[in-house]
Design a protein. Structure first.
Length: 209
């Protein structure tokens, strides 16, 4: 029986690819580097900020990585015009809350989770929120998901994780929980797939059996 539903944030609750790419490009520009393009970011959207810096700028010096990183964590992009929320986001939370505990497990830092208006309005639904700084290991390692289960006092086998990347599904499998890939096709061998947020309650019900 499924008792808890855990969500990734970017790509699932938020269609934030363009927004995040623009934010990272602005960070690089402020740091004195060539801005990244949306197409470049598509290949690394699931990376943490630090990993994106190392990958795209090719920096090895930790002091320089820290400098760019601090620019990124200190900067808050308030232009939300390119940020999209999937249809039915509030209704889905209301429906799921009747039957399950709900939580977030994201590669975002806590400071960047509820600073967006749409997510701030959903905060009351979450029994647990695990951000990047809460664990030493990160997806595809299962540590963040296992921490969420421990904080909710729920067995991992009674949880389902909804993510949009292969690393999300790998983390869920390693944690011993069910997984739903939020995509048009199930390209990651998840237990189920959903292309619309409003379909999630029905998909989870089928997994529950």
């Amino acid at each position: 029986m499924i008792k808890a539903v855990l969500f990734d944030v970017d790509g699932v609750l938020l269609d934030s690819l363009e927004y995040n790419a623009n934010s990272l490009a602005d960070v690089f520009k402020k740091a004195g580097y060539e801005p990244i393009t949306v197409e470049q970011y598509k290949k690394t959207f699931h990376f943490s900020l630090r990993k994106n810096i190392k990958h795209h700028l090719g920096i090895e010096d930790e002091a320089e990585i820290d400098r760019v990183y601090n620019i990124g964590t200190g900067k808050r992009n308030k232009d939300y015009s390119s940020l999209r929320y999937h249809d039915g986001i509030k209704e889905v939370h209301e429906k799921l809350a009747d039957d399950y505990l709900i939580g977030l497990v994201t590669s975002r830092y806590h400071a960047g989770i509820f600073d967006k208006p749409g997510l701030k309005d959903l905060k009351e639904y979450y029994s647990v929120v695990v951000g990047y700084e809460d664990t030493s290991k990160h997806k595809p390692d299962p540590e963040p998901l296992l921490l969420a289960c421990a904080q909710m006092n729920v067995n991992p086998a009674q949880c389902v994780y909804v993510g949009d990347a292969l690393t999300d599904i790998q983390a869920a499998k390693s944690a011993g929980m069910k997984s739903i890939l939020f995509a048009e096709k199930n390209t990651a061998s998840a237990d189920a797939c959903a292309s619309k947020l409003i379909d999630l309650p029905a998909v989870i019900k089928k997994l529950r059996g």
